[in-house]
Design a protein around this ligand. Structure first.
Ligand code: UGA
Length: 443
């Protein structure tokens, strides 16, 4: 078993640290944020991730996982130092490297015995090289750098760590990459060893490709809406082709979160700086913005002016099973609604505490039924399981209007219309109640 240090106890660092400790390694997590370390030492978890609290607790009790604010304490006797600090987006879409650079400098300063430095954070192509030169210039011991991009999804991060599709390791020193490969040996996943820059690029290319799939299906959805086809069936028909695959073909209100928006922007920025014209990436970004605005257009089509209308929002987090609101479609859509003068009520099973800080003039409700109460329209933006089993009849009766915009295609359009909703899905033919009433009358 190995001695591992993890710098950064954000989402990636904490999951990585807890999972390596669970595999039997001795892990020390370092974070400069004293309040976070205090919380973690007391058994608290600063993020919402199913199963993480139990995993941290188990390893901490077994003495294999500890937390510190001190680099010298956290790096003492270590064999591997994982860098997992965040790289938020800078003003023109580039990754902000302030925290990462300062972590690399602190590691160089406090590492007193040779160790392998592993870069887990998503950082611009060439970061591994620049960290290697910082460690050589400022450090006193050998510290080869390996890029080991993470592919964890929020909400299923532990399972993703334990059963990865692949582990990517990039290094100019092959022996260093092979040492890191040993840490993953028990996971029984294919391990791909490349050079540093290629591994860094694999991460960006993977996220950009998944975002492209989403924007592709969202563009198909708007074509379907105009031509009268059903995008859900289109995606099913496409996904059965093994070359295409069914994943990431759910049309909706666009991708959000802390990764896709930031990484696609950063890749486009790097490409442009490198003299390329990243037109596909730019289209992906543009389609994603349109997917959000489409919700407002549907509401305007159904209600006319939105001023003084009451709109109920079901789901705020950027996806289910997280309380993360970063780049969440709901936050942008609610701001657009408020700008048009609509009154907004909202409910989310996990993200309301965070949302209250960001959206002070929204009325947060105890459940979906209270959200529907006297609403002119309901808009579903996150496909939480809880929303899949609603008493829709009760919802319909609670509302004063009948408009339902289903931003994630959770419900069946004809069932919803049958219940009396004026139902708008994404990329599905819109059947208005008038038409249903007419059809029923003629029958
Ligand atoms: C994503 C990647 O899936 C991970 O592999 C990667 O490690 C991570 O970014 C990262 O770079 O750290 P995550 O941001 O947790 O993970 O979320 P996803 O599950 O990929 O969903 C991203 C967004 O796409 C969500 O807003 C989701 O609602 C949306 N989405 C996803 C769709 O609109 N349609 C789909 O078919 C799939």
């Amino acid at each position: 078993m190995s001695r591992i240090s993890v710098v950064g106890t954000g989402y990636v660092g904490l999951v990585t640290g807890a999972c390596f400790a669970d595999l039997g390694n001795h892990v020390t997590c370092i974070d400069i944020d004293e309040s976070k370390v205090k919380l973690l030492r007391g058994g608290g978890i600063p993020i919402y991730e199913p199963g993480l609290r139990e995993l941290v607790d188990k390893s901490a009790r077994a003495g294999r996982l500890s937390f510190t604010t001190s680099y010298s304490e956290g790096l003492a006797g270590t064999e591997f130092v994982f860098i997992a600090v965040n790289t938020p987006p800078g003003p023109s879409g580039e990754a902000d490297m302030t925290f990462a650079r300062s972590a690399a400098r602190s590691i160089a300063e406090h590492l007193h015995a040779p160790a392998t430095v592993v870069n887990k954070s998503t950082m611009p192509i060439g970061t591994g090289d620049s960290f290697a030169s910082v460690l050589t210039r400022l450090g006193t011991v050998a510290a080869p750098v390996v890029s080991n991009p993470e592919f964890l999804r929020e909400g299923s991060a532990i399972a993703d760590f334990q059963h990865p599709d692949r582990v990517v390791l990039g290094a100019d020193d092959r022996a260093a990459a092979e040492r890191v490969a040993q840490l993953y040996a028990r996971l029984d996943a294919p391990i791909l060893i490349t050079d540093l820059r290629t591994a860094e690029m694999i991460k960006y290319a993977s996220n950009a490709f998944l975002a492209t799939k989403i924007s592709f299906i969202n563009e198909m959805a708007s074509i379907c809406e105009r031509l009268g086809a059903d995008v859900k069936e289109v995606a099913r028909g496409m996904g059965l082709d093994a070359r295409i695959g069914p994943a990431f073909l759910d049309a909706g209100v666009g991708y959000g979160g802390s990764c896709f928006p930031k990484d696609v922007q950063a890749l486009a920025h790097m490409a442009a700086l490198g003299g390329c014209h990243p037109q596909l990436l730019r289209a992906v970004i543009e389609i994603n913005a349109s997917a959000r605005r489409a919700v407002i257009l549907k509401l305007r089509t159904a209600l006319g002016q939105l001023e003084d209308r009451t709109i109920g929002i079901l789901g705020l987090a950027f996806k289910p099973n997280t309380d993360d609101l970063r780049e969440a479609a709901a936050v942008e859509i609610i701001r657009l609604l408020r700008r048009e003068g609509a009154d907004v009520r909202a409910y989310d099973p996990a993200a309301m505490t965070k949302a209250a800080e960001l959206l002070p003039d929204v009325q947060f409700c105890a459940d979906p039924y209270e959200t529907a109460d006297r609403a002119d329209a309901l808009v579903l933006l996150t496909e939480w399981n809880e929303f899949k089993h609603l008493d829709l009849d009760r919802i319909r009766r609670a509302m004063s209007g009948s408009v339902f915009v289903d931003g994630r295609n959770v419900y069946d359009p004809s069932e919803m219309t049958g219940l009396g909703f004026d139902y708008f899905g994404v990329g599905r033919p819109h059947v208005s109640n008038d038409r249903v009433n007419r059809l029923t009358r003629t029958a």
